[in-house]
Design a protein around this ligand. Structure first.
Ligand code: NAP
Length: 266
């Protein structure tokens, strides 16, 4: 398949725009739609070989249901959603097209693709899958194939648990009553780095993080693991102070890292 015409629903911004730029650079004719563009999703579906959905997670199911039935078996239906089980199932159910689920594991501002990973989920057919995999790899990204279930389980930890932790940190810091000016003035480098991460979740696009967490099918398990971990820390401190806490940290370390880790710092 050589430089097909691609329609990106939600291509005016964010990840859709990232893909639009990448595909245009690869020589594809790219049409983008948003809520205010002249080109509609239905019009893009009528003229494009490949149709990609990259709208906010809360709007994704509705867009797939609307566009899917307009696509024929010779077309390719793809999405960039941060979760994969539900959108891939919906693309399969509501269209006869080839289906490829895609999740770039990074945000839209890419300076250098080296070291950046993309997960692809094969839904139906092979031509679209091979085309987009080859295109991403040629551009310098690393591509990994996983089932939608495997992807969502991984993301329950890598995004769900991770962002839950950031939210819990932010809520606890906020409840501590310490003024933001004092937090900024007295922060150690480690705390500064953590508050910068918290700034992404609390400042930028809280809806994206809330959707990524709330819609992950495995999030309940992660929440249980997380609350149990906090409970274990509390119990260790109450029962054995620093020795018990150190024991808890040491017992978990081998399962966390592949090699030795650096010296501690506050
Ligand atoms: N941001 C990330 O770091 C990231 C990373 C990987 C994957 N993703 C996934 O990428 C997808 C898009 O997220 P994003 O962060 O790129 O979002 P975004 O920056 O808010 O962009 C969303 C795009 O969708 C359009 N849009 C919004 N609501 C729509 C609706 N109801 N119908 C049709 N178009 C609509 C917007 O255009 P108008 O505003 O012009 O209508 C815009 O072009 C999500 O599925 C997300 O999970 C995001």
């Amino acid at each position: 398949m050589n430089a097909p015409k691609v329609g990106i629903i939600g291509g005016t911004n964010g990840m859709g725009r990232w893909l639009a730029d990448l595909l245009a650079e690869a020589g594809c004719d790219v049409q983008v739609t948003g809520r205010k563009t002249e080109m509609t999703a239905a019009a893009a579906a009528a003229i494009c070989k490949v149709v990609v959905v990259s709208v906010p997670i809360a709007a994704t199911a509705e867009v797939i249901r609307e566009v899917g039935p307009l696509l024929g078996p010779e077309q390719i239906f793809m999405d960039l959603t941060s979760l994969k089980k539900e959108p891939v199932e919906l693309m399969l159910r509501h269209s006869r097209a080839e289906v490829v689920g895609c999740h770039p594991l990074f945000g839209p501002a890419v300076a250098d693709p080296a070291g950046l990973n993309i997960v692809l989920c094969a839904g139906r057919g092979t031509a679209g899958f091979v085309w987009i995999k080859t295109l991403f790899e040629k551009a310098g990204y690393s591509v990994w194939e996983r089932s939608p279930e495997e992807h969502d389980r991984l993301m329950a930890v890598i995004q769900g648990l991770n962002h839950l932790n950031t939210i819990a940190l932010g809520l606890a810091v906020s409840a501590s009553g310490i003024a933001p000016e004092d937090i900024a003035r007295f922060a150690t480098p480690v705390f500064k780095a953590k508050m910068e991460l918290a700034g992404k979740v609390f400042g930028n696009n809280p809806g994206l993080y809330a959707e990524i967490i709330a819609r992950n099918p495995d999030i309940e398990d992660m929440l249980k693991l997380y609350t149990q971990a906090v409970k274990n820390v509390g119990e260790a401190l109450a029962e054995g102070g620093s020795d018990a806490l150190r024991g808890l940290i040491e017992s978990a370390a081998p399962a966390l890292f592949t090699g030795r880790h650096g010296k501690g710092g506050a």
